[in-house]
Design a protein around this ligand. Structure first.
Ligand SMILES: Nc1ncnc2c1ncn2[C@@H]1O[C@H](COP(=O)(O)OP(=O)(O)OP(=O)(O)O)[C@@H](O)[C@H]1O
Ligand SMILES: [Zn+2]
Length: 466
């Protein structure tokens, strides 16, 4: 079975999470089957399409960890991969459909079509093209052309029959062909209608599996009719439930849904985003973080859910935490470093990232811990009140025992416990508050050697109110 798959965005804005999940599923399906993955830019909406958006989309997909065997930047055997560069291909196909009688020019004006729809609605019928230009004679057409009327091209729906449309997510649906009116495949300006270019490009590019948003479900029967008329292969289709925003509406480039880039700029890791999205509407038995190979291996269209999914920030944070836990120390440093204002000595970087990795979700959160280890910080209110509740003798004992054990954390807390008679929270909370300015955070055992004896003693001294 041909499981080559594709992602076909319109370069009309930055990718949002809905687009990204659709791209990810299509990529996982291809890679899980060792099949090719293709990227195609659907830029026929010339008013909204922009070259810089196309660049940004590719950069965002690469950032996410997706790659493609064929696409606008890497070329391939079925190019070009920007639809505006494929006009000649569409022109040949339009000519073929015209010659076969499967398409015909329509001269109806916008107002006439609108009036027809209104009449149909008023009569309680579903609006569809009534077929006015279906049977124009050659002379009638010539007369309209001579009068300067520029036609659209309509696809001629077969007069009778049913069309079975299988779907990997929704199962098979049946349509009576009489439900459809003849539809426009080429606009008056010569540009191809979206679902025409989209369908023929999938077939011409050898795509065998089309996974896309549910917003395209209603296009599928018409696309199958076009492909059949052209004797092109019909791919398997699977329509993914759309991802909804907080307003309950599907995320869309048009309504300015939060973009993948925003998440990236906030410091979310691609591993986190992929693990989050892969499970949004797809079931994995594995609940731990998975790499792309494992995600691809575990992907199956039969595990796609039909329920609409909503963006859930808490889930994304969960995966961010998981991803940070397993990130190699070098990459963790690269992730953290740009947000640090306190300088971290080169030979301490790896120890520092290991110490803090469980306590940061954003790079900015690393700054406080850098200040704790290598600079100066301001304690927060909780930490200050923990200090106020602790008597001066404790701080004196803490400083003295720390010196006795030469900064060894394990010996220090044992000795201090014996000297102060405190244990558990009563012992650790004030120490943490004094040394880090917070009541939660990384292991003190890891922080203490990084901050060093001198800083630690100064903080213990400053902690005492007297
Ligand atoms: N909210 C969504 N959830 C899941 N997939 C989506 C969502 N919106 C779009 N998609 C899918 O993303 C792919 C790329 O679509 P497209 O580039 O047209 O994005 P779009 O957000 O619909 O843009 P526009 O707002 O310009 O229509 C398509 O397969 C589409 O079905
Ligand atoms: Zn017409």
């Amino acid at each position: 079975m041909n499981l080559s798959s594709r992602f076909a965005p319109s370069p009309t804005g930055y990718l949002h999470l809905g687009n990204a999940r659709t791209a990810l599923f299509a990529w996982l399906a291809a890679r899980g089957a060792d099949a090719a993955f293709i990227l195609r830019m659907e830029d026929t909406d010339t008013e909204r399409s922009r070259a810089d958006y196309a660049q940004a989309i590719m950069a965002d997909l690469y950032w996410l960890g997706l790659d493609w065997d064929e696409g606008p930047d890497v070329g391939g055997a079925h190019g070009p991969y920007r639809q505006m560069e494929r006009q000649g291909i569409y022109a040949d196909l339009f000519a073929r459909l015209l010659a076969q009688g499967d398409a015909y020019p329509c001269y109806c004006r916008r107002e006439e079509l609108e009036a027809e729809r209104q009449r149909q609605r008023a009569a309680g019928q579903a609006p569809r093209y009534g077929g006015h230009c279906r049977h124009l004679s050659a002379e009638q057409r010539a007369a309209r052309e001579a009068a300067g009327q520029v036609p659209t091209l309509r696809f001629r729906i077969p007069d009778a029959g049913v069309l079975r449309v299988p779907d990997l997510v929704w199962g098979e649906r049946e349509y009576a062909l009489t439900e459809f009116g003849d539809f426009v495949i080429r606009r008056a300006d010569g540009s191809p209608a979206f679902f025409f270019a989209n369908a023929v490009d999938d077939a011409l590019m050898g795509v065998g599996l089309v996974l896309r948003g549910e917003d395209h479900l209603s296009n599928t029967p018409r696309q199958i009719l076009i492909l059949r008329a052209l004797q092109l292969a019909v791919p398997q289709y699977g329509h993914l439930p759309l991802i909804l925003g907080d307003d309950g509406q599907p995320l869309s480039k048009r309504n300015g849904a939060g973009s993948l880039r925003e998440l990236r700029e906030k410091g979310f890791l691609p591993e986190a985003v992929c693990n989050y999205l892969a499970r949004l509407g797809h079931y994995y038995a594995e609940s731990a973080l998975m790499d792309m190979v494992a995600l691809a291996r575990g992907f199956a269209t039969s595990r796609i859910s039909r329920a609409p999914a909503r963006f859930d920030a808490a889930q994304l944070e969960h995966w961010q935490q998981q991803a940070l836990q397993s990130l190699p120390a070098e990459r963790l440093w690269t992730w953290l470093a740009p947000a640090l204002r306190t300088s971290v000595p080169e030979d301490r970087r790896m120890a520092f990232v290991q110490a803090v990795r469980g306590n940061v979700l954003r790079p900015q959160e690393g700054e406080h811990w850098a200040a704790v280890c290598f600079g100066h910080f301001h304690g927060d209110a909780e930490a200050r009140s923990a200090l106020e509740e602790t008597p001066p003798e404790f701080w004196a004992a803490a400083a003295q025992t720390l010196q006795t054990v030469a900064g060894d954390y394990g010996s220090w807390v044992k000795t201090l416990q014996a000297a102060s008679g405190r244990k558990g929270k009563a012992l650790f909370l004030p120490l943490r508050a004094a040394l880090t300015g917070r009541v939660h955070g990384p292991e003190l055992a890891a922080l203490l050697p990084l901050m060093g004896m001198e800083r630690a003693l100064a903080r213990l001294a400053a902690a005492s109110p007297y």
